[in-house]
Write a protein that binds this ligand. Structure first.
Ligand code: WT7
Length: 648
């Protein structure tokens, strides 16, 4: 972020006090900070006590072998039992767990906790029948339909870690994830609905399974759209055949607190996605507690809605595990944010707590307030934001137009790795500042440091670090302890390096400033520059590629690529740019498609051969190109600028 923007941020003077009634009735009050400071482990033990345990733990935290943490050591529990059975046992079986809203109009289902328990139990029995045992990994590649939640909880019930792959990822990306975690069973659907039309998923699974040799034994397929699918007898099994007739009795085993719950792949600074491992007791404690704390959840009266796709960590922590462990009633929507449709859902279901991403808010801002103004959204009482910094204007618009100027906005900073929200206002305590995620939550310890790991102090910028272990922290990278240490713990002794730049304002509140590594944030989704470069270079016509994330008004950042073609490719032909965009979509997924690809004769490099992405970013953002003194060949930027002007 430029220094202009930094200065602007510090000038932000608007403050929004918590509404008095919310403050009075808040689940978590200001004293929680002190309580957590005086005994962090006791604080988290209290949070863990909100869950049902088979065996109580002997030790809250074992940090004797950092950075490998163990939480609630010796304890046993079952995540699925905590998310469904215990609410039924407590007499809340008839309560709606999920108001599911399908993409085609009028396609809705209300699922109670009792029904969810039956479905999860049946699915657990069906998976057992298909040979899934405790410890086996199961890949899930599905649209936003209730069966995806059932599938995840059934896996959790069996102690079979799931790896959910976002439905927008390509067959190649799915194959590499299946291979990396050795998943022998894949759960999918024939397809899903996107923007009114049925789109297929099963063909991508077939292609992915093909690529993985004979690793995958079974593919369990939900019939969602009814479209024709290729079928491999013996390998493929219809969900309705396997699950519908299965028994709804399933005795759940209590798993060790540190038993793996799931692996979620996310982009890192190198080409290969990282398999973030989350385990059971600490993860469920961290997500359910923060969901109750940050959203001030009143399970009896609130209707909660998180718009994230289940294929990302937000969907895992704040659509599946956190809310369901808390016995919340929530909305789940299959579609994308069509104009007005979200607000219709808020009105219809009287949503009280709404959690979405800045990119969506900016899109609605562009469309104009007339659209949301046409709906009755007076049920809303709290708004959340996640995925990237929310710029002050978007925050204020969100608060005023969606929140009727009465709902606090909680800007929540966290990561796939942290599993749980780490930095956020407390809605009943904190006077919100538009654009700031404010403070580390009680029991969380964050700081902003310089290159030498010294606290920068108020008024200064640096790197965001986490200083103490927290319950839902990642335990390692799947199968790669070394990379886990290298990536997060090697920069400074004893500190977790988050990869984000941040600034402390004069009050000591935290402002997130975006990634400081080769990770881009496009619409709140994390993409690796290196991964997209590798995808481009794997195309036969490409000799070299450099990718940068350029500022974009709606998506936060956008993927911009610079490519050098091979001599044999000539000028690449007329459609080379489209050909390369398609190629990236095929290799990684449509979300990674570059917004812009420029074919250039050279790339700017330092004398030691490192691509100077900073200069390319200047070009992509239409800025004067900055300092070029370290360039090996000073004419390169002229060549690129020339190309650019001839293309314009
Ligand atoms: C990266 C993590 C956490 C779920 C969604 C993304 C950025 C996330 C915020 C926020 C500023 C944010 C960071 C972080 N980020 N939330 N409230 N303010 N930046 O999860 O894909 O693991 O990405 O998203 O850069 O490191 P993810």
């Amino acid at each position: 972020m430029s220094s202009d923007t930094l200065a602007n941020l510090s000038n932000e003077e608007r403050r929004f006090e918590p509404p008095a009634d919310l403050a009075n009735e808040a689940n978590v009050k200001a004293e929680a900070y002190d309580r957590a400071d005086s005994d962090r482990e006791a604080f988290w033990a209290d949070a863990a006590d909100r869950l049902d345990w088979g065996q109580k733990w002997d030790q809250v935290l074992d940090w004797s072998n950092p950075p490998f943490a163990k939480w609630f050591v010796g304890g046993t529990l079952n995540a699925s039992v905590n998310c469904v059975d215990r609410h039924v046992d407590a007499g809340n079986g008839d309560k709606v767990a999920i108001h599911w809203v399908g993409e085609p109009d009028d396609d809705t289902r209300d699922i109670t906790y009792a029904q969810l328990k039956d479905e999860v139990s049946k699915a657990a029995n069906a998976l057992t029948e298909l040979g899934v045992k405790k410890g086996d990994r199961v890949a899930i590649y599905m649209p936003m339909i209730p069966e995806v939640v059932v599938a995840m909880l059934a896996c959790a019930r069996l102690g079979a870690p799931h790896t959910v792959v976002f439905g927008g990822f390509s067959a190649d990306a799915l194959a590499s994830r299946i291979t990396d975690c050795d998943a022998q069973v894949v759960i999918t659907s024939d397809g899903g609905y996107r923007r009114g039309a049925a789109s297929a998923l099963k063909p991508a699974v077939d292609e992915a399974v093909e690529k993985t040799g004979d690793l995958v034994r079974h593919v369990l397929v939900v019939r969602r759209t009814g479209q024709d699918v290729a079928w491999d007898e013996g390998r493929d099994v219809w969900w309705h055949d396997a699950v519908d007739g299965a028994s709804s009795d399933h005795e759940a085993e209590m798993h060790d607190s540190e038993h793996p719950l799931y692996v979620m792949y996310t982009s890192g600074t190198t080409g290969k996605p990282k398999g973030i491992l989350h385990t059971t007791g600490g993860y469920l404690t961290g997500t359910s507690f923060t969901h109750w704390e940050v959203f001030d959840l009143k399970p009896e009266t609130d209707v909660y809605w998180c718009t994230a796709d289940v294929g990302w960590v937000t969907g895992h922590s704040y659509m599946v595990y956190g809310p369901l462990a808390n016995g919340a009633t929530q909305v789940m929507y299959e579609g994308t944010p069509e104009k007005g449709r979200w607000w219709q859902i808020v009105e219809d279901y009287k949503v009280t707590i709404f959690y979405t991403a800045p990119t969506a808010i900016r899109t609605f801002m562009k469309q104009g307030r007339e659209i949301p103004d046409g709906y009755d959204m007076s049920s809303l009482r709290l708004l959340g934001s996640v995925g990237e910094p929310i710029n002050p204007e978007a925050y204020v618009w969100y608060r005023e137009v969606i929140g009727g100027d009465r709902c606090p906005v909680v800007d929540t900073w966290w990561q796939t790795e942290t599993g749980q929200i780490m930095i956020s206002p407390l809605p009943g305590v904190t006077a919100g500042k538009p654009g700031s995620a404010m403070k580390a939550l009680p029991g969380i310890s964050a700081d902003v440091v310089d290159d030498d790991a010294r606290s920068v102090g108020n008024g200064n910028g640096g790197y965001l670090v986490l200083k103490e272990p927290w319950p839902a922290m990642l335990r390692t990278l799947w199968g790669d302890d070394e990379r886990f240490k290298d990536t997060y713990w090697s920069r400074w002794e004893g500190l977790y390096f988050a990869g984000d730049g941040a600034k402390l304002d004069d009050d000591g509140d935290i402002w997130l400033l975006g990634r400081v590594d080769d990770v881009m944030n496009v619409s709140g989704h994390r993409l690796s520059t290196t991964e997209i470069e590798s995808a481009l270079v794997s195309h036969p016509k490409v000799a070299e590629a450099a990718v940068v994330g350029a500022a974009d008004e709606t998506t936060g950042q956008a993927v911009c690529a610079f490519v050098i073609l091979r001599d044999s490719a000539g000028d690449g032909g007329e459609d080379i740019v489209e050909e390369l965009r398609k190629h990236v979509a095929k290799e990684i997924g449509a979300i990674a498609k570059p917004r812009q690809i420029m074919v250039v004769p050279e790339l700017p490099k330092t004398r030691s051969g490192k691509i100077m992405r900073r200069l390319l970013k200047d070009v992509a953002e239409n800025r004067e190109v900055g300092d070029v003194t370290t360039l090996a060949d000073s004419t390169v930027m002229d060549l690129i600028k020339e190309k650019e002007s001839s293309a314009a």
